[in-house]
Ligand binder design. Structure first.
Ligand SMILES: [Mn+2]
Length: 389
């Protein structure tokens, strides 16, 4: 099943992805919510689960936001209308929610951020705003009206009072009421405003695009690690100077050439993306490592289950190079011989693994060591076993 209605994946990527909004009626025919409103509220009582409640008229003024964990009393005290509960990264806690994200693998998996579920009572909204992320908004239960507005940017003004970013101006350019199974795709920076019509649940499938400010320190570290003393500003093209104090554009071009040569290696840039994009979303909530018996081979350990599952908290990626391949997990790069490419591809392109397939792909000690380490750090688990996730 693909979720793009009449469009092919190629057409969607060419005409809409990262460019313009798209409404897909009945994208997921017969969609049933994974959790009831009560179960979702239950998640928001948990310490380690990131949740927020937004009230249009709260104690601290319009568009007030509170962070979870919440209590039963918090819910008792809420008004009958005009509030929204947002629960982040539901895919980390509910395997069925992680499985839902698999339907969005027509976008690189390492671009996926999480599944956020929003439950709203009648009139509930988080206000007119924009995000830096691409997002698919899948209507899971009830109805929500979505209005879309203008493209925003750095200079777009926000209301001064609220702690959440609410646009000062919203220039409506379209509106639709979404029913269960309908889906709206929004590119980054497009203003949008969703308002619940009665109780409803909306699933937001968000995609991360790393900011230059996040990437720059990693790029700098990489440049510093590889810099040699003979990589210097060089001016063999120097022309006679009548203004010896001037730093001219030719100087800027020479510096640019030096910097470009320092970041020209694809493998190093792939490693930066691989490490950044597989970092844990909640590093403080990683499970403890488990001790695996030293005298038991990894293939014997894998024989304990017919199927192994990628942990919901884990993000895997890989890259392919002439003389090696890399596997990325938890922000680390594991460098392996080129013959292990089929193994790292299997791990990163899927989220469930046939035990026989994995065993057949483990060739050599580096591969065995990698899989053992994924098992011991609980990034691979046996879904049948009760220690599970
Ligand atoms: Mn949004």
């Amino acid at each position: 099943m693909h979720l793009l209605g009449d469009l092919t994946v190629e057409e969607f990527l060419r005409d809409y992805w990262h460019k313009k909004p798209l409404l897909i009626r009945n994208a997921w025919p017969g969609f049933e919510p994974l959790l009831s409103a009560q179960e979702l509220a239950g998640l928001s009582l948990e310490e380690e689960i990131e949740s927020r409640i937004v009230e249009e008229q709260g104690k601290d003024g319009p568009w007030s936001i509170r962070k979870g964990p919440f209590s039963e009393d918090d819910y008792q005290a809420l008004p009958e209308s005009h509030w929204t509960l947002l629960v982040q990264a539901v895919d980390h806690w509910i395997p069925e929610a992680a499985a839902l994200l698999e339907h969005f693998r027509f976008i690189p998996g390492w671009r996926i951020d999480d599944l956020m579920i929003s439950y709203a009572v009648d009139g509930g909204s988080v206000g007119p705003h924009y995000d830096q992320y691409d997002v698919f908004l899948l209507q899971a239960e009830g109805q929500r009206e979505w209005r879309i507005g203008q493209m925003c940017g750095e200079d777009t003004p926000f209301l001064k009072g609220p702690k959440i970013r609410i646009l000062e101006n919203f220039e409506e350019s379209g509106r639709w009421v979404l029913n269960p199974g309908d889906m709206l795709y929004l590119p980054p920076a497009l203003a949008h405003y969703g308002i619940a019509q009665g109780e409803c649940q909306t699933y937001s499938i968000g995609f991360r695009a790393p900011a230059l400010a996040e990437l720059a320190p990693m790029v700098l570290d990489d440049v510093m690690d590889h810099a040699c003393d003979d990589q210097r500003y060089a001016d063999p093209d120097l022309a006679p100077q009548t203004t010896p104090g001037l730093i001219d554009h030719a100087a800027a071009n020479r510096l640019r050439a030096l910097l470009m040569s320092a970041i020209s290696d694809d493998a190093r840039l792939q490693s930066i993306l691989g490490r950044l994009m597989t970092e844990a979303k909640y590093p403080e909530h990683l499970p403890d490592s488990i001790d695996l018996p030293d005298d038991t081979s990894v293939t014997t350990l894998l024989s304990q289950a017919a199927v192994w599952q990628k942990a919901e908290f884990a993000r895997f990626a890989y890259s392919e190079h002439p003389d090696h391949c890399c596997f990325y997990a938890l922000g680390e790069c594991h460098r392996l011989p080129p013959e292990n490419l089929p193994l790292v591809a299997e791990l990163a392109n899927n989220s469930q693994y046939d035990s026989k397939t994995l065993k057949a792909l483990i060739a050599g000690s580096d591969a065995a060591q990698l899989v053992r380490s994924l098992m011991s750090r609980q990034m691979l688990y046996n879904p049948e076993a009760d220690y599970g996730n």
